[in-house]
Design a protein around this ligand. Structure first.
Ligand code: KG4
Ligand code: ZN
Length: 395
């Protein structure tokens, strides 16, 4: 079985193709994994600008699809029978145009591509339907609908948050499912748009036990990085600076102390906007307007420590309260080495499982969408029924 997956919920335009074969276990092979990042475009705003992101998705989707099919060697030769091609086209193009009526440029580029290509040997299309930025989600969803209609393939709708969790189940070309020892699990999904603690009792059985009341953890990394004059995305930039300070002045004492919002609250919720404000005040209170390298790296270290302290403390509290057998990490912030290391140490001490994806599958990608669709392949539906939902909740 081959799944073609599409992800456009935020600022990455991604298309992947996953091949799954069944022997005793399920084996998978990533035939292609293309991610067109919009980082450069959003850098000057310090965050994602939804209408710009939508426009970029419209521009990128057809070339990314083509590249993905070529890489997977699923792109066949040109249509031979010119007459029948035109006949099919005239009937089909009208519907294609209707599906993509809000995406004129995407319609033009996809029409050009489809009229030159034959149907690839794909069994299923998977697409992120939410949560995410509404205009971006609809672009991906309408694109998936167009392909589904044109190639007569079913679609599986995928929840982006669940995909960040389920990508943990691919391991060395195998989908590993060891349910008895794994559940209940506490999942921490930390990204630019979300920070949620989810109790996972089994595949498809989730309960959100805590979440951020304002900014997401990744958003806090992004916004504080911008205050410090560091590039977007802020997470990797802060991580890099934090490492620099630690190695340069290992023995010196902290001069900067930031708050750990809600760290001792009795619930599993988070709040990061106060931390961002605290960083802003510290920067403004600097005598010199030019921030020294030492100040920036020390601040970065303390920002990372403050965010990770709260994330770890609340997760461990949930693990203990729910007697969880595993911690499952996912989302862009899960690429943070300090956070990974801390969870590794805690899970070892608590003798529980710790699942974290390879770094390249933490940030948004389409492989995770294909993996999630594999779990939900029975829920395939016709393109007419698929809808985007920016506020989709995992349940
Ligand atoms: O999952 P993701 O790619 O997109 C959303 O679904 O939002 O997450 C992007 C977020 C950004 O806020 C980025 O700053 C953060 O993940 N991020 C990191 C790291 N790499 C990416 N945060 C901390 N440390 C990192 N190494
Ligand atoms: Zn994400």
């Amino acid at each position: 079985m081959k799944i073609l997956s599409i992800e456009t919920s935020c600022d990455e335009t991604a298309v992947a193709i996953l091949k799954i074969t069944k022997q005793k276990e399920y084996f998978f092979k990533i035939l292609s994994n293309i991610v067109a990042s919009q980082i450069k475009i959003h850098q000057k705003y310090g965050g994602v600008y939804p209408t710009l992101a939508k426009r970029e998705h419209e521009r990128n989707l057809a070339p990314v699809l083509r590249q993905s099919l070529l890489e997977a060697r699923l792109q066949k030769s040109k249509v031979k029978n010119q007459k029948s091609k035109i006949q099919i086209k005239s009937q089909k193009l009208k519907t294609l145009k209707e599906i993509l009526q809000r995406h004129q440029n995407l319609y033009k580029s996809l029409k050009r591509f489809l009229s030159k290509s034959q149907k690839p040997t794909i069994d299923l299309i998977a697409v992120t339907v939410g949560p995410g930025l509404e205009p971006c989600l609809w672009t991906g969803v309408n694109f998936a609908k167009a392909l589904s209609f044109w190639w007569n393939l079913p679609i599986v709708p995928v929840n982006h948050i669940e995909a960040h969790i389920l990508v943990n189940f691919i391991e060395q070309n195998q989908i590993k499912i060891k349910t008895q020892k794994l559940f209940p699990a506490v999942c921490l999904v930390v990204s630019g748009g979300h920070t949620q603690l989810i109790l996972m009792r089994n595949f498809g059985k989730y309960e959100i036990v805590g979440e951020t009341r304002d900014d997401a953890a990744g958003e806090c990394f992004d916004k504080t990085a911008r205050i410090l004059g560091l590039p977007y995305p802020g997470g990797p930039a802060i991580e890099k600076q934090a490492l620099q300070w630690k190695s340069e002045t290992q023995r010196s004492k902290f001069k900067i102390k930031l708050p750990r919002p809600m760290i001792y609250s009795k619930d599993y919720d988070f709040s990061f906007s106060g931390l961002k404000t605290a960083v802003l005040y510290k920067v403004k209170s600097q005598k010199s307007k030019v921030k020294s390298q030492k100040f920036i790296s020390q601040m970065a270290y303390e920002i990372q420590a403050a965010i990770n302290d709260v994330l770890v403390k609340k997760t461990i509290k949930a693990v203990k309260d729910f007697r969880a057998k595993s911690i499952i990490l996912g989302g862009g912030v899960a690429a943070n080495s300090d956070l990974r290391k801390r969870f590794e140490n805690f899970s070892e001490a608590l003798k529980i499982n710790f699942l974290v994806p390879p770094k390249k599958y933490c940030t948004d990608n389409a492989v995770m969408i294909a993996v999630a669709a594999f779990f939900y392949k029975k829920d395939k539906m016709s393109w007419q029924k698929i809808k985007a939902n920016a506020n989709l909740r995992i349940s």
